[in-house]
Design a protein around this ligand. Structure first.
Ligand code: HMG
Ligand code: MG
Length: 298
């Protein structure tokens, strides 16, 4: 009962690059996004409209949007935590946005400087404005399998936040294992709990690979009927408000897993590997994808 098609949400340009300390030029970001769409990626999270004091690397997101080559059929999205971000995104011509909440109070405070319920209230006008303008909104919940400040996070707490976002109008809820502490068993149990309130085809998995469990967690999610996953080319990234959080699971490695299962994504592995190699060269960092490293050695 594995799906025939999986949608990969490429978050490298946003979740990947947001944590990089060195300046990255708009041209390099644009190149990355265009390389990804050329490789067949259907959905790219290009940037975010957040406070530049909090996340300086995302300050140029409007310019990136202005310069990418928008390929028909590809969704180019941005994070918008509040109305200010949403309005900036609209000025930049963004057609899909994402709001982000947390399942843990402490993380909510560190990440967006307010409580969970305050954050949900802030999203209401964003949802209203988006509906008016025909913009789809994706919803994130962070810390679904553990919080860097609070430790264990009960699945019921995740389910409650996810349900609020869904009822508010988010068309899909991505459950984020922000610090990568989740295991396959906990992942299945989480989707079991959250899946009681929200149809599974409206849920996505967002796994950081800090403990090396992300691929196993994705396989566990597939068995639970989940068929949308967020990943980051070359395993770029980490979260600025989750100390020690490594990158998202590498897109190349997820693609290799899915290809091996005969699950279609529309993405070409060789081109994706090349996109990852190029951005790693720009950043002067190791490629976080095992597949890309093996490919290079072969
Ligand atoms: P705040 O300081 O509480 O906001 O920040 P404020 O409304 O009091 O405004 C303070 C200042 O920020 C003002 O500027 C505003 O103009 C400005 P000042 O008058 O001081 O010069 N401001 C903004 N500027 C640009 N764009 C905006 C915006 N809003 C206010 N949208 C805020 C609240 C949410 C803005 C802030 O905390 C913030 O930007 N946080 C960054 C959060 C972030 O980007 N985190 C990383 C992404 S989430 C993630 O990685 C997790 C995920 O991957 C899933 C997972 O792995 O779990 C999605
Ligand atoms: Mg993340």
């Amino acid at each position: 009962n594995l799906p025939r098609h999986v949608r990969l949400v490429e978050v490298g340009p946003r979740d990947g690059l947001q944590n990089e300390k060195q300046p990255i030029s708009v041209a390099d970001k644009v190149r990355l996004v265009d390389d990804l769409s050329a490789a067949g990626v259907e959905y790219v999270e290009v940037g975010s409209f957040v406070s530049p004091k909090w996340v300086p690397q995302m300050a140029g997101s409007a310019e990136v949007f202005a310069q990418i080559q928008q390929k028909p059929g590809v969704t180019y999205a941005a994070l918008t935590p509040n109305m200010q971000g949403f309005e900036a995104a609209m000025l930049a011509g963004v057609k899909e946005v994402a709001v982000f909440a947390a399942a843990s109070e402490a993380f909510s405070q560190k990440n967006i400087n307010c409580s969970i319920s305050e954050s949900l209230q802030r999203f209401v006008p964003v949802m209203d404005a988006a509906r008016e303008q025909g913009v789809r909104v994706r919803g994130y919940v962070s810390c679904v399998l553990g919080c860097p400040y609070e430790g264990e996070v009960p699945a019921q707490q995740v389910a409650a936040v996810a349900r609020e976002l869904f009822e508010m109008g988010c068309y899909e809820i991505s459950l984020g294992d922000t610090i990568g502490t989740g295991t396959a068993g906990k992942t299945r149990a989480l989707f079991e709990t959250v899946g009681r309130d929200i149809p599974r085809d409206k849920l996505a998995g967002h796994f950081h690979d800090t403990y090396g469990q992300a691929l196993a967690n994705i396989y566990a999610s597939l068995l639970e009927g989940i068929h949308v996953f967020d990943s980051s080319v070359a395993g770029l990234g980490g979260c600025p408000y989750a100390k020690g959080a490594s990158g998202n699971v590498a897109s190349e490695d997820v693609l290799y897993l899915l290809d091996g299962l005969g699950i279609h994504t529309g993405i070409e592995l060789a081109a994706l590997v090349q996109a990852g190699e190029r951005i790693c060269q720009v950043l002067g960092r190791d490629n976080g994808s095992r597949v890309a490293r093996a490919w290079r050695g072969a």
